[in-house]
Design a protein around this ligand. Sequence first.
Ligand code: NAD
Length: 275
Amino acid sequence: MGKKISTENETASSSASTRVKNKVCILTGAASGIGRATAILFAREGAVLVISDVDEKGLKETVSLIKEGKERVTAVKCDVTKPTDVKKMIDEVVAKHSKIDVLIVNAGVVRVGPIETFPDEDYDLLINVNMKGTHYTCKYAIPYFKKQKSGSIITLTSVAAHIGQPNHANYCSTKAGVLGYTRALALDMAPYNVRVNSVSPGSTDTPMLQGDCMIEAKQRGVPYDVVKKEREKEGVIPHWADPTEIATCILFLATDDASYMTGSDLRVDGGWTAR
Ligand SMILES: NC(=O)c1ccc[n+]([C@@H]2O[C@H](COP(=O)([O-])OP(=O)(O)OC[C@H]3O[C@@H](n4cnc5c(N)ncnc54)[C@H](O)[C@@H]3O)[C@@H](O)[C@H]2O)c1
């Protein structure tokens, strides 16, 4: 599977800036946070990039923040909970570029709260975006991956798939679901030379985590900064990740540098789960 690396010298000579150059990459959830940082990084690295999100305004902001490689970036509105949206986006990418090299399944939502009062619509949203959205995004790309017999799929799970967090039972279950999905899909795709891996971020400074902490602060009646300080102590690196620190790990999995990795999960959690 992947590219055979024959000598150490060859590895050293492949410049970091060419690893996804001209690779056709599709990214969901690119209007904010980790997706936005990933879009900026992949564009800079020379990818032919299709970024998507349900939030058109945020997607436009992401495009405006891309300084290098903007000419190779296409932004598409796509709601991952809608199979027709996802299929259309993927079919159009292949119609235009004839292939997909990298699929980054990043779109996600968090909803928190005690189970006994957890709104059914929040539960449905978690399942629809985090689990069904992951499934639809892979489902419509897989026939192309199987045909071309190459590629890399990267899903976004979470530290929450590995440990429990108070009031996060439903979010944790969807992210554990994505972890299992990724592992199993890696087996199915191995005969087709397609690697499938996940990234499990720890606390990453994005609107998702900020919103999560604001809800907790409100529920406990304490200032946001108190919750933030407590949450920063969860990792052994005592601050939240910058979204770019997750994007660089997604980039690694997308490249031949990770050619022997499939069915793996990269925990980028500041040592949280090492405790
Ligand atoms: N921030 C963290 O601390 C953290 C930790 C672990 C895992 N993650 C995971 O990383 C991923 C990115 O999270 P983030 O922190 O950047 O969140 P974010 O809220 O900043 O960005 C998520 C993006 O997904 C998009 N999205 C939501 N529903 C969608 C839908 N139906 N269709 C298409 N796009 C949709 C949003 O519009 C948003 O742009 C998520 O899967 C999240 O679960 C985040």
